[in-house]
Design a protein. Sequence first.
Length: 85
Amino acid sequence: MSHTVIMLIAGVALLIVLRLFVRDKARATFAFLFLWLIVSVGNLLVGVLSAGYGWGEEAVVWLLVFGAPAALALITARLGPNSRG
């Protein structure tokens, strides 16, 4: 399994965990976007500084790694009732 797929699965898993444990959907989405931005930028830096990929290569992969789970988070935040306690 490629590292990109593993990162995508990790992003979706983080989103699920936050949505399960944070009752306010908006707060869970914001927390996810903040945390996932940090994780995905860290992944980008490891790819560039340690793995030897170029900034251009990693930027394209970063758009997928950050963008797909972030889009999923924003779409799911708009669907269904708000689960505020």
